[in-house]
Design a binder for this molecule. Structure first.
Ligand code: SAM
Length: 253
């Protein structure tokens, strides 16, 4: 067969050829790779991912690799002192997975979950973002109910963890009123450049050494205005962002 001949030729040329038929590639959420994705078989990962899906009323967004990165980042951040913060929570998919994985009630930390719970703030989109269709996409997402506005549903989801602080408000305006001290983990997922940059700048001095900032959409297709804003902010803070093939971005303080 032609495929077998190609495989033999690649192997003889020194390439490592995996038996992709046995495992299959990973092709979803904007990421296609033949690389090993056995993290999905780990029972701890599966339980955390399932808890995330539960938060989203059973809807699986099929973003396993992004969650894998988020869980790794949260566990690494848990070696640093401080609270956890997420700006852009929606139904709590990623934050629920993290709390399940970290056995959150036992951590002695608070997890601040900050969201308007009424969707993105359309006035915060820049002209460039509007031109690139981000405002329209946000409006469409709002009208089809993709953003959670039922705060009671959100509270019910997080009720199992007493050390969670659900905050309804717009970033960055709401931040100074929260009195958040040292931060170990900051997850930014607001799909909008202005509040993400402002949140990074606001929290920078509060981040403990070893703290992690995870951007959900830093390198994600169609989110270039966020990447540009975060790059500028990071440069002025003396930080460097690791661009990940999942579309996320990562800073270790
Ligand atoms: C992509 S969703 C977050 C997804 C979430 N991290 C998850 O795990 O499913 C984006 C969220 O950001 C919120 N948001 C957008 N702009 C905001 C702002 N300026 N302040 C607070 N929340 C905002 C929206 O209401 C929306 O719920």
């Amino acid at each position: 067969m032609v495929k077998d001949r190609i495989r033999k030729w690649l192997a003889s040329a020194g390439y490592v050829v995996f038996n992709t038929r046995a495992r299959g590639g990973y092709a979803r959420d904007g990421l296609f790779t033949w690389h090993d994705h056995r993290f999905q078989d780990d029972p701890a990962f599966r339980a955390a991912y399932a808890r995330g899906v539960q938060a989203g009323a059973g809807v699986d967004p099929r973003m396993e690799w992004r969650v894998h990165v988020a869980l790794w980042a949260a566990r690494a951040a848990a070696r640093a002192p401080g609270d956890f913060v997420e700006c852009g929570v929606n139904a709590g998919f990623v934050s629920s997975a993290i709390m399940q994985r970290l056995n959150w009630s036992q951590t002695g930390r608070s997890f601040y979950l900050i969201d308007t719970f009424s969707g993105p703030v359309l006035a915060q989109y820049s002209r460039k973002e509007i031109e690139r269709g981000r405002g329209r996409l946000a409006e469409e997402a709002l009208s089809r109910g993709a953003y959670v506005t039922d705060l009671e549903r959100v509270r019910a989801n997080f009720a199992e963890w007493p050390n969670v602080k659900i905050v309804q408000g717009a970033v960055p305006g709401v931040l100074p009123s929260l009195g958040i001290g040292r931060v170990a983990f900051l997850h930014l997922d607001m799909n909008c450049a202005y509040p993400e940059r402002a949140a990074l700048e606001y929290f920078w001095d509060s981040l403990a050494p070893g703290a992690i900032v995870l951007f959900d959409d830093y390198a994600y297709f169609g989110h270039d205005a966020q990447a540009e804003a975060i790059l500028l902010a990071a440069a002025s803070l003396g930080a460097e962002v690791l661009s990940l093939p999942t579309g996320q971005g990562l800073i270790v303080k």
